[in-house]
Design a protein. Structure first.
Length: 298
């Protein structure tokens, strides 16, 4: 962690150290992250470079911006990888809304790591499919890869890690439910892959992908398009129809939660919850598919 990397004397209360070593008064309404670009770090990097000034980083508790109880150490435990350069993991969790709001280097959000992680994920998933399905032609391999690494798929994987709860978001994204938005959590998933690749190389990145993206593929394929799968199975095999019923709508206007049930005739097959009705129906349909499979109805 930053606070253990260096130990230097603290300047007096209400002051900070300038480049020439003198003290200057700091406004009470300071932005600690902005100070990182002003003190001992002229390249605009808001993360701790080798030999950087540690005091300003200790003044800003980065993990206070995550949800309570969700720390970098906890995330490292969940993913089973401990970073040599923790700044890479921090960057992988930093959304552009946060860098914009704090007016820090916009290149230090997760987007560059997402770009790299996307390429690593494509290579690993391509090799996985190539070896698992020696008889499939190129077109079918491409289709399967696209379904495995699409936004809903990666967001589904990110939910297993509760990745959204670890992220740094601007106030606007925070209040509109950004921690649970598929487009954000799927991008962060790719950024974490990129961060692991840079920190440890291809081996730990491949291990992470195999564990969290390429595992339990049968259940994940059911989930990706569960509403269509349920409709086809119920109509095709059972000759019945399914309907969805809104059970509950709760929360403020900008952050609602919907609870939905899916029924076949008068029988409830499953319930689901989500930030949108569509997401709740998807979850309900997935649970219905699992129920029908477990009871050998399909």
């Amino acid at each position: 962690m930053w606070e253990t990397q260096m130990e230097i004397a603290s300047p007096p209360m209400g002051a900070s150290q300038s480049r020439d070593g003198t003290l200057k008064t700091v406004s009470k309404r300071r932005r600690p992250w902005k100070e990182f670009t002003d003190v001992g770090n002229t390249d605009g990097n808001c993360f701790p470079p080798d030999g950087g000034v540690a005091e300003q980083r200790r003044n800003f508790n980065w993990e206070d911006k995550m949800e309570e109880g969700y720390t970098l150490t906890e995330l490292e435990e969940r993913i089973g990888y401990h970073f040599k350069d923790i700044a890479l993991l921090k960057q992988a969790l930093t959304h552009s809304s946060f860098t914009n709001e704090q007016k820090i280097n916009k290149l230090k959000n997760y987007e560059r790591l997402e770009f790299l992680g996307d390429a690593v994920l494509e290579l690993v998933s391509s090799e996985f499919l190539f070896r698992q399905h020696p008889g499939l032609p190129e077109g079918e391999l491409t289709k399967q890869r696209a379904s495995m690494v699409c936004e809903p798929s990666l967001a589904f994987c990110a939910k297993d890690l509760e990745l959204g709860r670890f992220m740094l978001l601007g106030k606007g994204e925070e209040t509109t439910g950004g921690r649970h938005r598929d487009s954000i959590t799927s991008d962060a998933m790719e950024a974490v892959i990129g961060a692991i690749y840079l920190d440890g190389g291809m081996s730990p990145a491949t291990e992470f992908i195999n564990r969290f993206v390429l595992s339990d593929l049968e259940d994940k394929k059911l989930f990706y398009d569960s509403k269509s799968n349920l409709q086809e199975l119920v109509q095709g095999r059972l000759k019945k129809n399914v309907t969805y019923e809104l059970l509950e709508e709760s929360g403020p206007e900008h952050d609602k939660t919907f609870r939905v049930s899916v029924r076949m005739d008068d029988r409830c097959l499953g319930t689901g919850a989500g930030r949108t009705k569509k997401a709740a129906e998807q979850q309900a349909a997935y649970k219905a598919l699992l129920f029908l499979r477990d009871t050998q109805c399909i």
